[in-house]
Design a protein around this ligand. Sequence first.
Ligand SMILES: *Cc1c(COP(=O)(O)O)cnc(C)c1O
Length: 518
Amino acid sequence: MTSPARLAPQRPEATPVTRQNSTTSAVAALLDNHSALDYERAMIDTVVRVSQTMSDCTTPFSGITPERLSRSVAQIDLDRPVGDIPAALRELDQTYLRDAVYFHHPRYLAHLNCPVLIPAVVADAVATAVNSSLDTWDQSAGGTLMERRLIEWTAGRIGFGPDADGIFTSGGTQSNLHALYLAREHTLSRHAPDDARRADALSRLRIFTSTDSHFSVRTAARMLGLSRHAVVALDVDDERRMSVADLQIRLAECRRDGLIPMAVVATAGTTDFGVIDRLHPIADVCTDAGDVWLHVDGAYGGGLLVSPTRRAMLSGAERAHSMTIDFHKSFFQPVAASALIVRDHTFMDHARHHADYLNPERMARAGIPNQVDKSLQTTRRFDALKLWFTLRVLGADAIGELFDAVIDLADEAWSMIEDDRRFEVSAKSDLSTVVFRYRADDSVSPEHIDAANLHARQALSASGAALVASTTVDGATYLKFTLLNPRTTPGDIREVVDLIADHCVDYLADVTDCRVAG
Ligand SMILES: *Cc1c(COP(=O)(O)O)cnc(C)c1O
């Protein structure tokens, strides 16, 4: 059948899914060629509702407590459907939309979440409706080829050669796990080619990464069956970059103790400080140590690949064996969209499995492009489509310019807070975080200052006025802005900083009163 005939419109009257007919004809609610009009109407109603909610949103959060919201959620009788989409949407307002955390609000300054680009949102709706599964060619066709083009495109941006490959994943956590799995197998294939020596070698594998790297590196090590001591936490220097000197020392110790370096994980944009490890010197050390697997965790800083002005900050990543990129952070894509990219496609073979029912070897021999051959997932969403569509509508520079804008904003915010005597700032970010804390005079105990900062975070969230994050730096509590919204202005930052100071002053006044009264 030719494509036009296949897609010829067949549009019977819309059949509203109502309470009356829902149980007898749930089949009417299946998205198919009989329900095209219902689909259109439902999508339009829903989009109108969501767009109203998002444009009416005056604060990033309502401040609702888990107790209150859990009452609304618990009240819902999941065995008694409301019967139509408008009614379910009204109900959804109560359990979700009204009190959701809105990342598009300019005073959402907390975690690595971004406002999302409209072309990406549209494309995600397409991927959901068509519902391709990217595991095999015979469940996706064009989707498979488009994902492969995007892997090539990303690898090209990294500077990997024509042998590169990779796969879309659910996020940086999975990309890092996958990379370390490949590194484990790669290393074992060199040190313990036969099964007899494998268990012994496994217990001697070591991963080198800075104290500031993402926790998923540690979780991955545990999942991969490595020793409890497998992750060697390297010091960071004054700028909070991995100490290359410490890396050299610890690698030498590793060899001396008869242990096996499995991987070095450099971070291109630490989650807390947005700091990029020195990639060239680290790559040199890996090469000198016998070509140790270098993984670059660019979950956060990956957006620099499209930055018109800051691309050079990732120089050296092209020397890695593997790299994690989270499109759902610095590429302004909806969750989930991430990729693991490797310099040499043969590395991906470590995850290959041929199932007779799905991707038998004869298909690989026949050149059928089955992505499941290199994925840790089987059924898998067409998450690549949103990035594809964004590139087709807006182009890469436009994405990079958005990331540049928030890095510039973080620069300005850092200087603003550094100049403000009420605060102290931590190491300056290469990307878009600002880590700082309210400080009081010497008469206030460190515990009270920590508590005041946490109180300010909590009070801001409870009022809904702004959302900020917190972390600890050398044992002290700090607050953190992660700026990923190009619409956030220096004025927003100023207002939030003043609110934080006010909350801290109030809190410290209260504890001082208590002390006097007590
Ligand atoms: C966010 C982040 C991760 C984890 O990525 P997810 O997409 O949240 O799973 C890993 N590494 C770094 C440096 C990150 O910032």
